[in-house]
Design a protein around this ligand. Structure first.
Ligand code: CMX
Length: 444
């Protein structure tokens, strides 16, 4: 079979990049770029520069850049779906994978490629149907991904023997493309099985990846536009966040894309990470319920925020491990909402929380970043379009996150990154080094 243009371009990029990584590793491996302190050691490895990715970079103040472009620059540069404002997710994936903005023809090639790979195996449906119907949709999504591991091209090729290190990116690419193509129909199947009387909608061969997802969800336009924007916004946030790091870590053992991404999804399902988007909606609904569906005043809102903090919970959707300002992914969704749902009461409530919560969190004095992250906004727009089953929201995050993490692990294989294995120490050792004012022999 002839190599697709995307795959050929990726090979060209990997081969051009490989000598850079090899040179850094071999000739400059001892160059010190960081010191690690006890706080970082027990505090979740914050700020330790020990991961490499060229796909996105997160600046604490500027926010995310995909392949060097800010969010507005990314959206402006990519080919748009005809008659729509949002770009093709397929073109965005080309951009993530190669660092080049694709032409419309290149984008259409990925559209066709994903369509040709998108059928869900019958056994995945069997597995989903056999699960208790009240299983969390993230559990279902992760299980569906893991179930498909039996079809991994990488695992098969590796098992046959003779797969050379430099060739490993190829079956990883194939697995990633197969997985990406199937994720929207699987997510929509879970949604309709759980919440829409188990009545399903067949894909429409004329639609793109994002458009087809909206169609299979059974939500009318402009939900397709939202879907495209959501998946792009949630795709990648450099390598250190739990879902990206987990996917990379598991892949580093030469586990295939199915094992790796399923693990990443399990991390995304944590309330401090992707599950925060469902938590935000739950929190907002709780506030509204307590006020008999009345939009709160600022004073009432302030009290609810303090009640949450005083009960030992976090304010979901606020704070971030890296960001130190309002998340540009929040800003992008806010701009969209100003245009498409300006008078929606829940949107107005989100804006009111933005006015009140940073002050409350600052007064509370714990968080290093009192500003909202992506999850503070995402659920409200879903709610507006009628997707009100908020325990499904993290699945939407997961489908989008696949774009970034699968591009990353394809590159991990392309550059032959090592199995990940940081070194641990004991508390006794830390206490000794604390007493000594540092570890003897440590580089400074
Ligand atoms: N509400 C209350 N307290 C908060 C807080 C918030 N939104 N954000 C941080 N804090 C607290 C932390 O719990 C921590 O308290 P302790 O010292 O008692 O442990 C303290 O402030 C310092 O935390 P930090 O250094 O500012 O933040 P971390 O890097 O440790 O954690 C994050 C980052 C996102 C987990 C945290 O801000 C949080 O829990 N936010 C709410 C959940 C959320 O929105 N998560 C989604 C993040 C985006 C995503 O991954 O999807």
């Amino acid at each position: 079979m002839a190599m697709s243009n995307l795959k050929a371009k990726l090979l060209e990029k990997i081969e051009a990049h490989r000598p850079r990584t090899t040179k850094l590793n071999k000739e400059f491996g001892n160059v010190v770029i960081d010191k690690v302190n006890i706080g970082q050691c027990i505090g979740g490895a914050r700020d330790i520069r020990s991961l490499v990715t060229d796909i996105s970079y997160l600046d604490p103040f500027e926010g995310i850049r995909f392949r060097g472009k800010t969010i507005p620059e990314t959206f402006a540069a990519l080919p748009k779906v005809p008659g729509k404002e949002q770009p093709f997710v397929e073109g965005f994936f080309w951009f993530l994978l190669t660092g080049e903005v694709p032409t419309m023809a290149q984008t259409q090639e990925v559209v066709a490629d994903w369509k040709s790979r998108s059928a869900i195996p019958a056994y995945v449906i069997d597995v989903l149907r056999a699960m208790p119907r009240d299983s969390h949709p993230m559990t279902m999504l992760s299980a569906a991904v893991l179930t498909m591991q039996r079809d991994s091209v990488f695992a098969k090729k590796y098992g046959e023997g003779g797969l050379k290190k430099n060739d490993m990116w190829d079956p990883m690419y194939e697995d990633s493309m197969n997985l990406l193509a199937k994720l929207p129909p699987i997510a929509a199947y879970i949604y309709r099985m759980k919440y829409k009387s188990d009545i399903h909608i067949a894909p429409d061969a004329n639609l793109d990846w994002g458009g087809n997802f909206a169609h299979m969800m059974g939500v009318a336009p402009p939900y397709d536009e939202l879907a495209r924007m959501y998946f792009i916004l949630h795709s990648d946030h450099e390598s250190g966040n739990v879902s990206a790091h987990t996917t990379h870590l598991v892949a580093s053992a030469l586990s295939d894309a199915y094992y790796s991404f399923s693990a990443g999804l399990n991390g995304l399902a944590g309330p401090l990470h992707g599950l925060a988007n469902q938590e935000v909606l739950g929190w907002i609904q709780n506030v509204m319920k307590k006020l008999n569906n009345k939009v709160p005043t600022k004073e009432e809102l302030e009290k609810f925020l303090w009640d949450t903090l005083n009960s030992g919970q976090v304010i979901p959707g606020y704070g971030h491990a890296v960001l130190r300002k309002t998340d540009p992914r929040y800003v992008a969704q806010n701009e969209y909402s100003k245009k498409h749902l300006p008078n929606d009461p829940m949107f107005q409530l989100v804006n009111m929380i933005y006015e009140v919560a940073p002050g409350v969190l600052t007064k509370h004095g714990k968080t290093k970043n009192p500003w909202p992250n992506v999850d503070a906004h995402s659920g409200v727009i879903q709610w507006y379009y009628g997707v009100r089953e908020w325990d499904f929201y993290t699945v939407l995050f997961g489908v989008g996150r696949a774009l970034g993490v699968l591009a990353n692990i394809t590159w991990d294989r392309g550059l032959g990154y090592a199995i990940e294995r940081p070194k641990s120490v004991t508390t006794d050792m830390l206490e000794q080094w604390a007493k000594d004012g540092g570890r003897k022999g440590a580089e400074d």
